[in-house]
Design a protein around this ligand. Sequence first.
Ligand SMILES: [Zn+2]
Length: 248
Amino acid sequence: MERRSFIKGFAGLALCPVCAGAAAAGEPHWGYEGGEGPEYWGKLSEEFRACAIGRGQSPIDLDHPQRADLPKLDPRYAAGFPRIANNGHTVQIDAAPGNRLVVGEDVYDLIQFHFHHPSEHRLRGRRFPLECHFVHRGTDGGLAVLGVLLARGRANGAFETILAHAPQQAGASAALTGLDISGLLPDAGRYVRYSGSLTTPPCSEGVDWIVLTTPVEVAETQVARFAALYPNNARPVQPRNRRILRET
Ligand SMILES: [Zn+2]
């Protein structure tokens, strides 16, 4: 319940409240290297304070989860993805209205998805070459992010479509066609769920994280092409503190 009231509070801020969203007007510059890197985010702006002092930050190592009876996931992303942007922090794909994630009885609207290289979450200590974040908003305004880990293997058709359309220049966007989103969603629906934060400034907490524990495959050459755009756009693992992880 605390999560819901907190999210309502920050949803009204001028800052872009979604993970790695396009920089909103007035947002201080931040990045992944040097004096604008993750260890300084909390000092760059008063609005970014949670990055430094938050006790429920993301990402984390998904280790020692508790077995739980969690609701079934049902991503319904058939409404399409009309636009792709290089926003200076990542490659982001905007969702058309009508894409939804159903979690038991709860329904979340998909806003966008984007990528991090290497993965932000670790799975029992293991880091993956890429992680995809599907960012949703619930009817109460709260955010839920579905994380998908990408492991080295066969070429991924969906990721190929994204690489072929992604603008090379930061700040540019383009139309996106021909994306078969199923290539980024593993068949197995097992996942770990915990309460965390945005992994980019303002690092707001109260984000409902759902990370699938079965990766999808991506070719090494595809990883390299993303890395040519973003050599490192992953926040380091944060302290878990006393948070409970639940796993299906
Ligand atoms: Zn993200």
